[in-house]
Write a protein that binds this ligand. Sequence first.
Ligand code: NAD
Length: 507
Amino acid sequence: MHMSTSASAQVATVKLLIGGRFVESKTTQWRDVVNPATQQVLARVPFATGEEIDAAVAAAKQAFGSWRKTAISSRARIFLKYQQLIREHMAELAALLTAEQGKTLPDAEGDVFRGLEVVEHASAIGNLQLGELANNVAAGVDTYSLLQPLGVCAGITPFNFPAMIPLWMFPMAIAAGNTFVLKPSEQDPMVTMRLAELALEAGIPPGVLNVVHGGEDAVNAICDHRDIKAISFVGSTKVGTHVYNRASLAGKRVQCMMGAKNHAIVLPDANKEQTLNAVAGSAFGAAGQRCMAVTVAVLVGEAQQWVADLVAKARALKINAGTEKGADIGPLVSRAARGRVEALIERGVAEGAKLELDGRNPGVPGYEQGNFVGPTIFSGVKPGMSIYEQEIFGPVLCLVGARDLDEAIAFINANPNGNGTAIFTQSGAAARKFQEDIEVGQVGINVPIPVPVPLFSFTGSRASKLGDLGPYGKQVVLFYTQTKTVTARWFDDDVSAHGVNTTISLK
Ligand code: NAD
């Protein structure tokens, strides 16, 4: 990690957003934001001080007073404008994202686009935040519900989707009437900041959206802050579990979307060409740095003979800087990430898995300093091996064999994670059995990365998720609001009084 105690004069600094103003941090602790293909230092990001985090929360608390009373149509209209601005700046946002994160330009556009879909969804808040009314629950009595915003909410996001995941969070929270403090990944905060600028340009009032930067200390301060009511976290299982426990103890609502090990079952009746394309695209796209990447393929029966064809597909993928035309796979986010992935490949070999394709040191002309690891495939992988037990978060695919569908389903259900899974088959009956019996929250049928659109919620389960509501869709409206029920009777002056009712019934 490139750390320093002062902001260098030559390199731009990433600002904090507090109370509607982009301000320079007064911290003494800074970190370089580094282009993973070239190692060029793009900017320096501050680790905000405790006072700065307090100031961001205070600005959000103050803004809540008027924002919660702002007409729902006014709130919705800001997100209509915001989605337009994001569309207009798509190429600029994607270029920024690729420079600091490494993924290819088309994939960076996908990252922005999947977030944009949530912004569009936020503009439908009028329909999403409707309460319910039951007429005449007793004679002359109605009960209705209000979905009221909570107050200051916070988001903590990972490096791998620096546009989409912040956009999972603050648009829905703010549209529902809350104010927000966002803590982006310190590895790639620049595209997130550009999105924050556009949010203000769209009309989000001062203090309604605030952004602070940092790492462990900033996250702990957010978990502990008594004026923050709810936290949405996306990141690794280790950090997510810590955030969940710490913030829950402090009395907050918390949802943590965490790490994964996603399996795809390949049945021998599957369309071979489509299936191998889908598995390779999912396993190696974004250099395997997706929480929904297929990282284990369970080849059933005769599909176990498809290994050579899968290797050929993987070998054909082009490894290059994300900015280069035709690149399929960019670099890993950091030198540390590259070192970690290479060490896990080494352990896979040492622990007895068969290395069918070795992607280490691929050699990318013009980008000799880049953090590149190419597609890597192991067969004969078994539970207990490090490459199976750990989330590798690199372009490494593990292959296991199974005799039949039942054995494949049992194998997946024995893994603790529950983010995503897929089946490839032409059999409706097999797909239906899979969807019914698999204990994973997001299921793809001939779809390798089944991330639901925002009409639904992201529904990872088991060890991949803590808290019970998802980060977008209808579920997040419940997460970011308190349901209040009102039971009301209006007396009609003409009706004679009932007398005192000492029972619990509504008479
Ligand atoms: P990470 O857990 O290292 O970081 C996530 C956030 O936590 C960052 O903002 C970081 O600053 C902060 N953080 C890091 N270390 C901390 C600590 N010790 N204490 C407190 N806060 C800390 O995750 P990452 O490497 O940025 O992202 C990759 C991980 O995120 C993978 O495990 C991936 O599966 C997961 N992920 C999950 C989903 C999902 O929806 N389930 C989506 C994307 C990524």
